[in-house]
Design a protein around this ligand. Structure first.
Ligand code: BES
Ligand code: ZN
Length: 642
């Protein structure tokens, strides 16, 4: 029988305990912090209950994880031991953990050899099974011997044919939002932070890397790799990848991991990374994680990027050859402040991670490429936001910044709203208070909350205390409540424009008036101008105009994934036959959900298209990560009824 999350966890609702940020030596410097009052006010706000975890961290919190894992490619299993070090906060007779599809072999406490009787509850959809382990007030370490299931949702096991090297298998994890529990038994809530260490054994021809210190630059003959993460992180940032990897340095603190055939192009594409790091430090304070490396994954990686600390995981679809898609690197790097350093305490506060990160991303891009460039990103972002609001409906609760994901898979409510409405909210504050004050405010926010998890309510209290409380005129301008707790798009007050797009709009006008494509003034257009142009085309362009554009600009053959994706939208909308082969190879070769979802949706909007989509999906699905296949299954009602 399936119980509701609410009734299951009702007993923990009364829990209220400050979310602690375990200060590390690197986090304790408070240079420049001038907001003690704001900090005090904020800390009086109780911690909320996380509806997506069975854990009760107000009783016992895991503050260190020690992993010892064998990577078994033949069985598609991680097999080994997780040892959890406990911090007792209140009397508790048991430790409650999150697990999903894990096989628990044995549990022991501290140095005692006897196994303890644990209880593994029946699985609840997407939340998994609560693991209850009896402990006493003196239990320090809980050892769990376990193995993962071949279907573990976080883990993708790739056959050699799905890699660029083609001869060795590959493995990677994706833990955000609540998938860490499918490969590590843990308190899978972003409210809890822990340090970790790991020993990982892999076949000797492969290399292992993690979101930690100690990533190798070369393979070792034993295939044994050790990692250490001295800064406390939430479970969703646990990450592991194993493959035939090589390393290239970019700068003193930055480098890139990729399979051999991708290494040179990757290092070249990401040449700006060290620069970005310097710029963001100048704006928002020191980088507190040691190194910043990137890992370029095989094309099935379901996201553009994932901000795993010290080692961003990235899709190869941003390797465009001209560095035109590296705002994604700025984004994942920015999470080293917004997200990894100051973390959303529950997934309802997701905008604290992503809205802040988009704001930082655009500031970084402005610093390295200039205002015009950042303006283009903002206009494209605004278009995404408007489309998302139109799609969800302008009164829908999922268009609030503060979400209510209780009773749902958090993945279902994580939309562009957190990213773009979050960005425009912060930008509206910046415009009201002025950049200088806003930058100082943000820097203090990161310093004062470093290595802790926080909530929307606390942010609003902090904002109030630090900026708005003694400035009624300003407080009037910054309409926090409607942005955070209201639907749709509050009036931004200023217009969002990009100078470069004026020329694109001219070209669009000429083309839509029937002008020949070859005569459009497209010289010098970057990826972003092309995206604006393609987004400006109507859906009923028709085959002839599509063919003329394609002839002039070879769009079907574009090697730029973003341009190709925008073009393929029109291929489907105009039923442009010569583009279908490319559509098919793209859907079969790339697993990035942001690209797949709109294309499958578009196809599924007609009966004929849906049949074609299912035919393609039948071949493509085995190559997708579960994050993507779960989304596409819904769009195509998969598996189809007999
Ligand atoms: N942290 C996100 C990815 C994510 C979000 C994974 C929610 C699981 C649940 C990452 O930082 C991100 O936002 N990636 C974007 C790229 C970015 C440039 C907007 C992506 O993957 O498209
Ligand atoms: Zn992000």
């Amino acid at each position: 029988m399936q119980r509701t999350i609410t009734s299951l966890l009702a007993s923990t609702l009364l829990a209220s305990l400050a979310l602690t940020g375990c200060a590390t030596p690197e986090s304790s410097s408070q240079a420049g912090a001038t907001s003690e009052g704001a900090e005090e006010t904020m800390k009086q706000i109780p911690a909320p209950h996380d509806p997506h975890s069975f854990a009760r961290p107000h009783e016992v919190a895991v503050d260190h994880l020690s992993l010892d894992l064998d990577v078994d490619f033949a069985a598609k299993r991680l097999v080994g031991r997780a040892s959890l070090t406990l911090e007792h906060r209140a009397a508790a007779a048991s430790l409650l953990l999150d697990t999903r599809d894990l096989e628990i072999r044995a549990v022991t406490l501290d140095d005692a050899p006897t196994e303890v009787a644990f209880t593994l509850d029946e699985a609840v959809p997407y939340l998994g099974s609560r693991l209850e382990i009896p402990i006493t007030a003196t239990t320090r370490v809980v050892h769990i011997d376990y193995s993962t299931s071949p279907q573990a949702a976080a883990v993708q096991w790739l056959a050699p044919a799905q890699t660029s090297g083609g001869t060795h298998p590959f493995l990677f994890t994706q833990s955000q939002a609540i998938l860490a529990r499918t490969w590590v038994p843990c308190q899978d809530t972003p409210a809890v932070r822990m340090t970790y260490d790991a020993t990982v054994r892999v076949p000797s021809e492969l290399m292992a890397v993690m979101s930690a210190d100690g990533n190798p630059t070369e393979r070792n003959a034993e295939g044994v790799y050790r990692f250490d993460m001295p800064q406390p992180i939430p479970s969703y940032l646990l990450a592991l990848a194993v493959g035939d990897l090589a390393f290239a340095e970019i700068g003193p603190r930055t480098g890139v991991y990729a399979e051999g055939p991708m290494l040179e192009a990757s290092a070249n594409e990401f040449a700006d990374t060290e620069n970005m790091l310097t710029e963001v430090e100048a704006l928002f304070g020191p980088y507190r994680w040691g190194r910043y490396d990137l890992l370029v994954l095989p094309p099935s990686f379901p996201f553009g990027g994932m901000e795993n600390p010290r080692l961003t995981f990235a899709t190869p679809t941003i390797i465009a050859g001209d560095r035109s898609l590296v705002a994604l690197v700025a984004h994942e790097l920015a999470h080293s402040w917004s997200g990894n350093l100051v973390t959303n305490a529950t997934w309802n506060d997701f905008w604290l991670n992503e809205g802040f990160t988009v704001y930082l991303e655009r500031r970084i891009m402005e610093a390295i490429r200039g205002r015009d460039y950042a303006d283009m990103l903002a206009v494209l972002g605004r278009q995404d936001l408007e489309a998302t609001v139109a799609d969800l409906g302008s009164t829908d609760a999922d268009t609030h910044l503060f979400l209510d994901l209780d009773g749902r898979d958090p993945d279902d409510g994580m939309t562009d709203i957190a990213y773009e409405k979050g960005y425009f909210f912060l930008r509206s504050i910046e415009e009201a208070v002025g950049r200088e004050r806003f930058d100082a405010f943000l820097r203090n926010w990161f310093d004062d909350n470093a290595f802790s998890s926080t909530t929307t309510e606390r942010f609003l209290a902090y904002l109030d205390e630090a900026l708005l409380a003694d400035d009624p005129a300003l407080a009037e301008k910054v309409t926090t409540a409607s942005w955070v707790y209201g639907p749709g798009l509050p009036d931004h007050g200023t217009s969002i424009e990009a100078e470069a797009f004026v020329r694109v709009d001219d070209a669009l006008g000429t083309f839509l008036d029937g002008g020949p494509p070859s005569e459009l003034a497209t010289d010098g257009w970057s990826t972003h101008e092309w995206l604006h142009f393609l987004r400006g085309l109507p859906d009923d362009l028709g085959t002839d105009r599509m063919a003329a554009l394609d002839k002039a600009y070879s769009l079907t053959a574009s090697g730029n994934s973003e341009i190709l994706h925008a073009w393929l939208h029109h291929v489907i909308a105009s039923n442009y036959e010569p583009g279908y082969d490319r559509l098919q190879t793209f859907l079969e070769g790339v697993g990035r959900r942001k690209f797949l979802k709109p294309l499958y949706e578009r196809l599924a909007s007609t009966e004929e298209g849906k049949a074609k989509a299912r035919e393609i999906y039948a071949r493509a699905r085995p190559g997708y990560h579960t994050v993507s296949s779960a989304t596409i299954d819904e769009i195509l009602d998969w598996p189809p009824a007999e």
